[in-house]
Design a protein around this ligand. Structure first.
Ligand code: ZN
Length: 366
């Protein structure tokens, strides 16, 4: 099997970069169909309009209906065609991005993704998660390529609540460890190939960037400023983790996250918060070096990512419930099979309880 790396053709990140959207997007088309929420439109329209002046680019706004479902994807595609637009731009969070990517795919037009938060590593990926009209997970739509362009205005992202950036750090924390597991097992990645050296290297850089910048970035965002450390963390959460997970491969942390979603109490937590705990569980499964585990736990505690089941909202731990999480994580269509050794539900159960015990031990010590 060949080694394959996927990525957006352009990744653009900078302060006030939103005002250059029209000039950057001119590489792809002259008429932009901007899908965003009504509140998102209020926040981004002034900067986009400022940059539009003097260009030949037209901008048409369309309000997102709230769910990434086939009804909405078809509606957006039809509206884009009716408006004679030749580029779809998704401005906002994950569901808007996924709808924009899918609609552009069905129309055969380029897509530009503009994240206004850095809470997951999805913006750069060649994937849309499709839900039913009622909001229940339906299927993954694997796209032939990543978005044509991803543009991140770091001023906009750093004004979002700190918890979103922290959650993005949790998602990004898993990237290196999952890619490393795939490297050890020679597992395939999410773009249908094996790892390249570049993907592994970006995954490692992602982890190092979080350790060096995570705490200062969190503090800066809590104080509503965008420092260099915030910019570094935004790049780690969005680009390094995005390429790192998709082209490096997924393994334990995300499979355990997926198992945890079956527990009602964890529903108020963000994706990255559960992935952070999944990372700790994967490290326990691997019996990773104590020093490495301590570094990860220290990092999580210092930025406020959960390291215990109680931190995930599970106040009363029931054996059969945790066993259910472990069984789900081991399901054959999930990614635990990418670990470099055989993993049974009993192993996962023990690792979850072991991770929780370690988390409690270090939380009490600090
Ligand atoms: Zn993730």
């Amino acid at each position: 099997m060949a080694a394959i790396i996927g990525s957006p053709s352009r990744y653009i990140q900078g302060k006030s970069e939103l005002k250059n959207l029209c000039s950057h997007a001119a590489n792809y088309g002259k008429s932009l169909f901007v899908l965003t929420s009504p509140s998102g439109k209020k926040r981004v329209e002034p900067a986009i309009s400022e940059g539009q002046k003097g260009t030949e680019t037209a901008v048409v706004y369309e309000a997102f209906n709230g769910e990434c479902c086939m009804t909405e994807i078809n509606r957006v595609a039809a509206a884009c065609r009716a408006a004679n637009c030749d580029v779809i731009v998704g401005v906002g969070g994950g569901k808007i991005h996924d709808t924009a990517k899918a609609a552009a795919y069905y129309l055969g037009v380029p897509v530009v993704i503009v994240p206004t938060i850095a809470s997951t590593d999805a913006p750069c990926s060649a994937l849309s998660v499709i839900y039913t009209d009622e909001g229940v997970f339906e299927r993954y739509l694997f796209l032939p390529s990543s978005p044509n362009m991803v543009l991140v205005d770091t001023d906009v992202v750093s004004r979002a609540p700190a918890r979103l950036l922290i959650s993005g750090m949790g998602d990004a924390l898993a990237t290196y460890f999952e890619a490393r597991a795939c490297q050890r097992s020679n597992a395939g990645n999410c773009v249908g190939g094996k790892q390249t050296l570049a993907a592994m290297s970006l995954a490692k850089l992602c982890y190092d960037t979080l350790l060096e910048n995570g705490v200062s970035a969190m503090l800066a965002v809590e104080n509503k400023v965008c420092t260099k450390s915030v910019e570094n963390v935004i790049e780690a959460n969005t680009y390094l983790s995005g390429i790192g997970f998709e082209s490096g491969g997924l393994a334990g942390a995300h499979a355990i996250h997926n198992g945890l979603t079956a527990v009602e109490e964890t529903h108020s937590l963000y994706h990255g918060e559960k992935v952070a705990f999944g990372t700790l569980v994967q490290l326990v499964l691997e019996n990773a070096d104590t020093e490495e585990i301590e570094t990860v736990i220290d990092f999580c505690i210092s930025v406020g990512l959960p390291v215990t089941l109680a931190g995930l909202g599970i106040k009363e731990v029931k054996e059969e419930q945790i066993m259910e999480v472990a069984k789900l994580a081991c399901s054959p269509d999930d990614t635990l099979g990418n670990m470099p050794f055989e993993v049974t539900p009993e192993d996962v159960y023990a690792a979850i309880m072991g991770a929780d015990a370690l988390g409690r031990y270090y939380t009490e010590e600090m």
